[in-house]
Design a protein around this ligand. Structure first.
Ligand SMILES: *Cc1c(COP(=O)(O)O)cnc(C)c1O
Length: 366
């Protein structure tokens, strides 16, 4: 089976983790600091604050911005549940703006029509490793005095004309096991705002600035040094990781772009896509439906995934939630029926890519 994602940590990670274990200081310490320095460098910002996962990165970012009950946050309907759960956790209300048909990210015009007096922040999701339309979202956010929280959980190192995801507003990244860089569980927040960075560091540590001096009610959002150690070699290698993912995406597209009934994904001009997922969609001419296709690929040893089978709020627990303002989202709803993701990660061989292409072609012929 060719898996949709795979984790390989080498001797460098083993050695660093072992060093931490032997040091006897395994909670947040110098290795977390090292991870933060390197991550800030990757994103091109002055501050990176490591936390225990990507969901708490989003929650902490909103808490630091003092977003809470009565405030509205506009996000994408086509995302992982964490984006929505984080908004609900703060007590704020979630509104949704439909996505674009090409980049699968939130459409700035749709955001504009959903602004209200209560709107406090916009949370674009840089889906599958491609930045949302920041050139059109930034001016809108500035014009209306809103906060900008980037859900960059899938977009480590993605950019628009060289400007990195997580440097447009306040960036929230995940370091979960399936993400482009991983510590098993982990998250990291990026910002150029000194005051916000300071608040986040205090918030992460029970609201404590110095021993038993509490500035604000906080939480325990800390990452451990053992986890941080795992990410250091991955950051060293990350340029090669992205290059391999880009190469794999290009090969998949070369092999699949002519297949009848299939539309391959693409990056918009000027956007550095980091291919967290490679996600084609079926068109009306496809001879199979999406779920059937995924099942048949699995039979052929290709681990395809569906991200995401439904809109994020399309579950009873959210539809009936008083902090969720659900509306029809035609573009995202169509995509949820048609999309599927193929393996694109850096550990694939050329022959793996050929196997994937052959399998898709065969199923699409039937
Ligand atoms: C993974 C992910 C998150 C949450 O990250 P965790 O580390 O799993 O908490 C948030 N948003 C998106 C879009 C994600 O893919």
């Amino acid at each position: 089976m060719i898996p949709i994602s795979t984790v390989r940590l080498d001797e460098r990670a083993e050695k660093l983790a072992l060093d931490v274990i032997r040091s006897g200081m395994i909670a947040q310490g110098p290795m977390v600091q090292e991870l933060e320095n390197r991550f800030a460098h990757l994103v091109g910002v002055t501050h990176a604050i490591a936390v225990n996962n990507g969901t708490t990165a989003l929650v902490a970012a909103m808490q630091a911005l003092e977003i809470g009950p009565g405030d509205e946050v506009i996000t994408s309907p086509f995302t992982f549940a964490a984006s929505l759960n984080a908004i609900l956790e703060t007590g704020a209300t979630a509104r949704f703006a439909d996505i674009n048909d090409d980049d699968y990210c939130v459409n700035p015009h749709e955001i504009e029509t959903r602004l209200t007096e209560a709107t406090k922040a916009v949370m674009p999701v840089h889906l599958y490793g491609q930045c949302a339309d920041m050139p059109n979202i930034m001016p809108l956010v500035e014009r209306h005095g809103l906060a900008l929280i980037e859900d960059a959980a899938q977009a480590h190192g993605a950019d628009i004309e060289g400007r990195k995801a997580g440097s447009f507003g306040i960036g929230c990244f995940s370091l979960y096991g399936t993400k482009n860089i991983t510590t098993g569980e982990g998250g990291i927040i990026t910002t150029n705002d000194d005051r916000l960075a300071d608040r986040l560091r205090v918030l992460r540590n029970q609201g404590m600035r110095e021993r038993y001096q509490y500035d604000m009610p906080g939480h325990n959002y800390r990452l451990t040094d053992v986890q941080a150690a795992l990410a250091i070699p991955q950051l060293d290698d990350y340029e090669h990781t992205v290059a391999a993912r880009r190469r794999n995406a290009a090969r998949l597209s070369a092999g699949l772009s002519e297949v009848e009934g299939l539309r391959v994904p693409s990056a918009r001009p000027g956007r550095g896509h980091v291919w967290h997922q490679y996600t084609p969609r079926l068109t009306a001419f496809a001879p199979v439906d999406r779920d059937e296709l995924v099942a048949k690929l699995s039979e052929k040893g290709v681990g395809a995934g569906i991200y995401y089978p439904r809109l994020v709020f399309d579950y009873d627990c959210y539809r009936e939630h008083r902090q969720v303002l659900a509306e029809p989202m035609p573009v995202a709803s169509a995509l949820a029926q048609q999309c599927f993701s193929l393996p694109v990660h850096q550990h694939l061989s050329e022959s793996d890519i050929d196997t994937i292409i052959d399998a898709v072609r065969e199923v699409m012929k039937s």
